[in-house]
Design a protein around this ligand. Structure first.
Ligand SMILES: Cc1cc2nc3c(=O)[nH]c(=O)nc-3n(C[C@H](O)[C@H](O)[C@H](O)COP(=O)(O)OP(=O)(O)OC[C@H]3O[C@@H](n4cnc5c(N)ncnc54)[C@H](O)[C@@H]3O)c2cc1C
Length: 427
């Protein structure tokens, strides 16, 4: 079993990436993008397509962090239900957000198609209810989305149909979303990188930005080897943005999520587990999420931690997988890895400006495959003088995590323990 590859199975199965140089010396451009995940890559691509001179600085390699190791699931909307957004922000603002959410899924599909990104994109996502009360909530929201937003791609499945689609009996009901889907996370990131370069963006790797400062000429992004001087900076470091911009640290939490990939399943097992081949996430706070890969493995994620990374990820996630799919008990686990999810207290993405010349977007709270890709595009629009759509998200009020620098992590860990307790309650 390989636990040494940072991006686990994604790292082992991805299409090759070209080697890229580290920044050296002083360069000038219109927009400097910091961070080479979906947010930064999408920003760089859209900026370059619009004719801007753009340079992207990535601390490691393209797709090294969340964008190269996530569940690959494409979700509808936001982590907060649309009905909650309406009560919180009002109907008009909630509707504008819904439209952006819908665009984010379409954007992923359009980018994959236009730039011929080989990332095994498939339709279909199931939200599995871990108890009946959760199923009722899923159904209420589906009815609301159909009647108020005309979204008719959700279908409730009872226990028998859920078992037929998922190949497990652990859920009393589920909701099938034909508008959701899944993809190979790292190949999507690498494909965006390739598309950005083809459009004219310059990408540097192994170029961690150590400081940002402003002078009359613009913003300076300084690495160990050089400096980019630009009119504007787009900050796209998600869970890590607080390290570069300490004023953002109270707004972004880090949660470790753990994934395993089994050995390729034989034909009988492959047909038996998850026959629908959709991606699945359950309704618990500390959720299981999983899907099958194009090379016939089960990729299963379960357990989360705000606190530490266990030595034996497979030993932790394997029993969860066997609980959901007893047929997978004893199947070899070939890869185990983890990644840091950037979360916000509101569970809504956090977008804004550090100054007139510096934009940021982070905190997709586990739903960044589509939303980060969109937010990169929205940052490109804002950097090019069209901030209206960026501002729809920037207007969502952000809330700092309580506790300050020292107490934040223990407090958030305590909250996670509390949510685990709630998940276990009957209902
Ligand atoms: C294990 C896991 C599972 C997930 N599953 C899903 C899922 O199934 N569906 C879904 O929608 N979302 C999922 N997510 C969330 C999703 O992956 C993220 O929301 C999304 O990838 C964020 O993209 P990003 O570009 O903003 O950040 P990242 O991909 O984290 O990229 C940020 C980049 O910035 C770089 N960086 C940091 N600091 C600096 C610096 N100072 N200088 C230069 N570069 C820097 C990092 O190296 C990194 O490459 C998951 C996340 C994880 C970790």
């Amino acid at each position: 079993m390989s636990q040494g590859i940072p991006q686990g199975w994604y790292g082992a199965s991805a299409t090759a990436a070209p080697p890229r140089e580290a920044l050296s010396g002083l360069l000038r451009c219109d927009v400097c993008v910091v961070g080479g995940g979906y947010t930064g890559l999408s920003a760089a691509l859209h900026l370059a397509l619009a004719g801007a001179r753009v340079i992207l600085l990535e601390a490691e390699t393209v797709g090294f962090a969340a964008s190269g190791r996530n569940g690959g699931q494409i979700h509808t909307g936001f982590r907060k239900e649309q009905s909650e957004l309406e009560s919180w922000l009002g109907r008009q603002h909630a509707r504008e957000l819904w439209e952006l959410g819908a665009e984010s899924k379409a954007l992923v599909r359009e980018l994959v198609h236009t730039h011929a990104i080989d990332c095994a994109l498939k339709d279909g996502l199931v939200i599995a209810a871990h108890r009946m009360s959760a199923a009722h909530a899923l159904e209420r929201e589906a009815e609301h989305l159909a009647s108020q937003y005309g979204y008719t791609q959700l279908a409730m499945l009872d226990a028998a149909r859920t078992e037929a689609e998922l190949g497990t009996r652990v859920y009393p009901a589920s909701r099938f979303d034909s508008g959701g889907g899944h993809l190979h996370a790292l190949n999507f990131a690498r494909g965006l990188g390739r598309a950005a370069e083809t459009a004219g963006a310059v990408l540097f790797e192994h170029s961690r930005v150590l400081a940002l400062d402003e002078d009359k000429a613009g913003v300076n992004a300084r690495t160990a080897g050089g400096t980019i001087s630009s009119d504007q900076v787009v900050l796209a470091c998600d869970a890590f943005s607080g390290a570069l911009a300490p004023q953002l640290a109270p707004y972004i939490g880090q949660l470790e999520s753990f994934i395993v990939a089994t050995a390729p399943l034989d034909e009988a097992l492959y047909a038996r587990v998850l026959p629908s081949d959709a991606a699945v996430a359950d309704t618990r706070h500390v959720l299981d999420y999983y899907r099958k890969s194009e090379d016939r493995r089960m990729l299963f994620a379960g357990r989360e931690s705000y606190w530490r990374v266990p030595k034996d990820v497979a030993g932790m996630v394997g029993p969860r997988m066997a609980h959901v799919f007893p047929a997978l008990t004893g199947v070899a686990i070939d890869y185990a890895w983890h990644g840091t999810v950037g979360i916000t207290r509101t569970r809504m993405p956090h977008l804004g400006r550090l100054s007139k010349r510096m934009l940021f977007a982070h905190g997709y709270s586990g739903q960044g495959v589509a939303l980060a890709t969109l937010c990169g595009k929205l940052m490109s629009e804002a950097a090019l003088g069209k901030p209206e759509r960026f501002d729809v998200l920037a207007r969502v009020p952000a809330a700092p995590f309580p506790g300050g620098q020292l107490l934040r992590r223990p407090l958030v860990a305590a909250a996670l323990a509390w949510f685990k307790l709630l998940d276990a309650l009957p209902g």
